[in-house]
Write a protein that binds this ligand. Structure first.
Ligand SMILES: Nc1nc2c(ncn2[C@@H]2O[C@H](COP(=O)(O)OP(=O)(O)OP(=O)(O)O)[C@@H](O)[C@H]2O)c(=O)[nH]1
Ligand SMILES: [Mg+2]
Length: 568
């Protein structure tokens, strides 16, 4: 039976004594495959990848939280994040995620609990800083630690002071998530956006480290030092450019220049994506009809890619690693009504998702905001389900998804094979599994086909950009699809009875979840058919609303012939 990594980590954690773990096992025996190759360069020149052939070794520091279950789930997530930082080489990860042991970790006093403010200079008090230093020394003899990961958000000065105290690079939560994005980015678009996020993060954490006399100082005395453009190699021309700048100014200028160049490239990507979306909406199907897009969103590791793969009978990369997907992938699927739609698998969210990442990944996240329908995948076995849900809703609002779309979103409770209430039911699911899968397979073999991106390119090349963007008058893609449909009884009766009955079967409204939800197990193929029917139903409802609103406008704008003749 499958054992989810967080469950595994929970078990590993509970098998330990109360004393902090100092064990470490990053063996590199097996390889975990990614679907596409990527080059071997270090992500963004990161200081962490001292040896690009293996994952950097991190020491995890978790500030204590109460109550205990909150601490457990935060620690579990921190350990998963630390284990997720790895760069694939030649399309492979060095090691299977499942076989990784627990990274060395330590739970320490939380400065934010005792007083409202953490220590301004080093976040932790001096006792905790020394305590961590001792652990690092002890680990040094066992296995080299490349960096320390603190599962909290720190300021630039705090990070720099701790680096000085421990003699190692220090990453806070935001920094590690950005590093993971850089390491996992595969496509040009994802790489550009991840680099932009890293750059913005770096900019907010720029501090001077070398003051007069070579001492390590911060703030004004550091900024006062003027560096020579020649000596520091500012990249400027001749002797003039950069002369008279402090090193801080020099770094800021370089970041600004790189940022501008990245923004220009990302803008090109956005334009291309916008054109592709337009093309799909107009002529996505071979029949020339528009294609609706359904965005699959959710907390990282909820099972989005596995679900999209199962629904479309394709093979997207999925892994217990957090942020296994940092790009958008489209897969086509044919719904029970025969309608073809595109499922868009995208980057997962996490609590305290760095604002720099959300800003930088605007082009990718636009796919979500522009989708016709959203499907929110949740890991029903996660302990902090409510936090996951509110995080996802927050990010959706942050990226500009309309309230209507959020209200109309389908909620998928995935991994029901793992959730506790289903523990008794797993056996029966497994027993019936073969039969069920055979049936399901037959269904999907007929209906699924991989969306051909080349086809999309060809389709796209038919439009000149000005033509495609300007000529919108008779185009459905300009319509506002209102998802939050409230029918009068009369209107509801007019909807196809099949759609109604499907809705009643599938939509089980609960107090926790205001919208429709469906329970699935993506790995076992459970609940997939119901999900497809629900998507079908929702899109059908939207189409009815749009058609009705067209009828209304038609009447208003074009009076009937009889009215016109009476006027005359
Ligand atoms: N037991 C069980 N495991 C599942 C299920 N769905 C997905 N998984 C596992 O959960 C892990 C994460 O799945 P992914 O599909 O990569 O999750 P994701 O939401 O795409 O994650 P990110 O791309 O990292 O945000 C994988 O190891 C899957 O095999 C399920 O229904 N049951
Ligand atoms: Mg994924």
């Amino acid at each position: 039976m499958l054992l989810r990594s967080s469950t595994r980590i929970r078990k590993l954690l509970s098998s330990q004594t109360q004393t902090p773990s100092l064990s470490f096992s990053f063996s590199s025996t097996t390889t975990s495959r990614r679907k596409k190759n990527k080059d071997d360069s270090d992500p963004n020149g990161s200081v962490l990848f001292v040896d690009p052939s293996r994952a950097p070794k991190l020491f995890v520091v978790q500030p204590r939280l109460r109550p205990q279950p909150v601490l457990d789930s935060k620690l579990e997530e921190a350990l998963n994040l630390a284990n997720s930082l790895e760069q694939p080489r030649d399309g492979f990860y060095e090691e299977e995620f499942e076989s990784k042991g627990l990274p060395p970790h330590l739970v320490v006093q939380n400065p934010a609990i005792r007083s409202t403010r953490a220590h301004a200079d080093a976040y932790f008090g001096p006792g905790t800083v020394d305590n961590i230093k001792c652990h690092l020394r002890a680990l040094e003899t066992e296995s080299g630690i490349e960096a320390v990961f603190i599962n909290a958000i720190l300021s630039g000065i705090q990070l720099r002071n701790l680096e000085v105290a421990w003699g190692k690079p220090v990453l806070d939560r935001v920094g590690l998530i950005i590093e993971i994005f850089n390491a996992h980015a595969e496509t040009k678009e994802a790489k550009l956006q991840a680099e932009l996020a890293a750059l913005m993060y770096k900019k907010t954490r720029l501090v001077r480290v070398r003051g007069p006399g070579g001492r390590l100082t911060f703030g004004q005395s550091g900024e006062a030092e003027v560096v020579s453009a020649r000596g520091r190699g500012s990249g400027g021309r001749g002797f003039i450019s950069g002369a008279g700048e402090t090193e801080l100014q020099l770094q800021r200028r370089r970041i600004q220049e790189r940022r501008n160049s990245l923004l220009m490239q990302i803008e090109e990507v956005r334009c291309t994506r916008a054109l592709q979306r337009l093309s799909r909406k107009r002529h996505g199907c071979s029949s020339g009809q528009g294609l609706a897009t359904v965005a699959i969103v959710g907390y990282t590791n909820a099972g989005k890619s596995t679900l999209v793969s199962a629904l479309s009978d394709t093979d997207l990369y999925s892994d217990n690693r957090l942020f296994a997907t940092v790009d958008t992938r489209l897969r086509s699927v044919i719904l029970p009504s025969g309608r073809k739609v595109l499922l868009s698998d995208t980057v997962g969210f996490i609590s305290d998702l760095p604002v720099q990442l959300v800003d930088a990944f605007h082009a990718t996240l636009e796919e979500v905001a522009e989708a016709d329908l959203l499907v929110h995948v949740m890991d029903s076995s996660a302990h902090d389900l409510e936090e996951h849900r509110s995080t996802v809703l927050q990010v959706l609002q942050q990226i500009g998804v309309s309230e209507d779309k959020i209200q109309n979103m389908i909620e998928v409770w995935n991994k029901i094979d793992l959730s506790e209430e289903n523990v008794g039911g797993i056996e029966s699911i497994e027993a019936d599994d073969e039969e069920y899968l055979t049936e399901a397979d037959n269904d999907y073999e007929e209906v699924s086909e991989e969306y051909n991106e080349d086809e999309e390119e060809d389709e796209l090349s038919k439009f000149s950009s000005s033509e495609s963007l300007d000529d919108d008058d008779d185009d459905d893609s300009n319509c506002h699809y209102s998802g939050n449909v409230e029918y009068s009884e009369e209107e509801y009766d007019s909807i196809a009875p099949s759609v109604q009955s499907r809705g009643h079967d599938i939509c089980k409204m609960t107090e926790m979840s205001p919208g429709c939800h469906v329970k699935t197990s993506a790995v076992m193929g459970v609940g997939l058919q119901e999900l497809l029917q629900l998507i079908d139903q929702k899109l059908e409802e939207q189409r009815n609303v749009v058609q009705r609103s067209f009828g209304f406008f038609d009447r208003k704008w074009r009076p009937s012939l009889s009215e016109t003749s009476t006027d005359q």
